[in-house]
Design a protein around this ligand. Sequence first.
Ligand SMILES: Cc1ncc(COP(=O)(O)O)c(C=O)c1O
Length: 387
Amino acid sequence: MSTSDHGFSTRAIHAGQEPDSRTGAVVPPIYQSSTFVQDGIGGFRDGYEYARSANPTRDSLQELLASLEGGTAAFSFASGLAAEDALLRSVLRPGSRVVMGNDVYGGTHRLVNRVWTPWGVTLETVEMTDLDAVRAAVRPGETDVLWVETPSNPLMKVSDVTALAEIGHAAGALVVVDNTFASPALQQPLALGADVVVHSTTKYIGGHSDVVGGAVVVRDDELAEKIGFVQFGAGAVSAPMEAWLTVRGIKTLAVRVERHSSNALAIARELEGHPAIERVFYPGLESHPGHELAARQMSAFGGMLSVSLTAGAATARRFAESTEIFQLAESLGGVESLIGYPTEMTHASVRGTELEVPDTVVRLSVGIEDVADLLADVRQALDRAQA
Ligand SMILES: Cc1ncc(COP(=O)(O)O)c(C=O)c1O
């Protein structure tokens, strides 16, 4: 079945998911095989030779991801950071320059700042919501990659992908958007003008906290060829079981993020009026500086929110340790609600840099449980944190 004319949810279930040709199995099997028999030397069946270069289960995930992001090619990796690294290996050279938002996942900043700079790459961070600041930072002809994360982790800043794509392209930069927080169900950066989308598929795309993975999606054939070569040549591919679990997760992505979004909005509204909360960072609130932009650029506001606590760091830490349904853990985007204290957890690596997250901030990944239970949990945890 050709799925290209179908809507998002139909593609999420069918793109790249042809029933098994031999048995008719509705769910394509997991090709848990590292190698493929050859009919004489070089006689590959369907092009399959060795699973680092290609495996049918990974191919089915890649076709699905390309369809959902509106790209021409997708590449699946063993983690989000492996995906980011493969992209950077494809486009950076000694002397290259990366301009990145000043609120991004700490590991992304660490990858460029600690892994790439020793190879002669320079990094500058900028307030990505300030277009004049970005214009000044990219310096035409001097920037190779403009790295945008929107909404950003953990302060939920919303950046204008269309405007940034124009600014980046005018300066000759490749415009990359980390779409992990929104997922393609809510935001499609390639349609907004970006060149590349990256994902930690560990998060909403997988959706069940049972698989680590990453992806790069592009719409340019030359770039696709370069990334495909690094995927094969450096080999940080996703394994068949991981690819299959990710495909299974994607089938419910659209309905999951709807529920994540409505639950998160309810919690954001409740917390906005709570005396223990100094500020709520959630683009679905009218008070959020990026609300109107997010309403234009996203179809809902997602399941992630952060709060800062009026009483300071000790109370913030206690709040993160006092919830019962929200589990204290790294990661996000799964069906179960999680809570984290970024400065000591996901963003510990950026302490002391310009990306340091205030120690009053707590991040919530709002799951798809009953909203009344989540609201009660947050209320009781705030009471305990302040006691
Ligand atoms: C926005 C974002 N991008 C990338 C990553 C890295 O992904 P992974 O942990 O799958 O390597 C994360 C991980 O938390 C993230 O939150």
